[in-house]
Design a protein around this ligand. Sequence first.
Ligand SMILES: [Fe+2]
Length: 264
Amino acid sequence: MLDIHSHILPGVDDGARNIETALKIAEESVRQGLTGIVATPHFMEEGYRMTPAELKERVERLQKEIDDKGLQLRVYPGAEVFIYPSLVEDFEKGLVPTINDGRYILLELPLDRFPVYTEEVLYNLKAAGTEIILCHPERYQEIMKNPDIFYNWVKEGIYGQLNTGSILGVFGERVKKTAVLLLKSNTIHLLGSDVHSLDRRKQNFRDGLERIALLKDGLVEELLENNQRVINNEKLLSNDALYNKKKKGFMRKFREYFTKPLFV
Ligand SMILES: [Fe+2]
């Protein structure tokens, strides 16, 4: 069982402060039945930023400490990539880490308002050969207000990763309600704890699974299978989004836009 979103890597972002905290998170993860965890430190245009090579080296260092403690937990490299206009250019230069060096990228948007360039970046990232996983769609104000936005993205091949804390009420009632709605409409494909520390943003993967299992038979198994498939760089299982609004998707919109001659 794998957790694909965590801030276990020590001393790199607002997650685990030091190796002691990282090891305690590792210990708790094993206790909850996890055998693997993806370290997804924040990656931004400025500030938090590590090259895939630096990230790999730090993950190897943490893995060694975990092995020395005798814990059966494998750490994989990844990043939680915050959107910015020139993200695709950086990706094409090989500067942006993906999950376990595969084609899946864990993308984060601002919690309050989505920038005007959002769909253009989504389009270009897909066109560059990535598979996009939007982290915690249930936490964004815009999706809470209008889930259609996310349903339409899912129809265009974007995947959703739910935070286990969301279904447990860690981020409030509104996020919890949105989490249930997205799970029930088949727009969530993957699970992550988004663990940051030992207290408020702690490892709660197992509790989240138990709550999700109450919603629909077989759902947890499917989500866990997808978590494994991301690590293996394989195609994910996906149900058609139940919500089916007849609306022009952004992929078509951009495809039309980019094929239009510039001057007529
Ligand atoms: Fe995160």
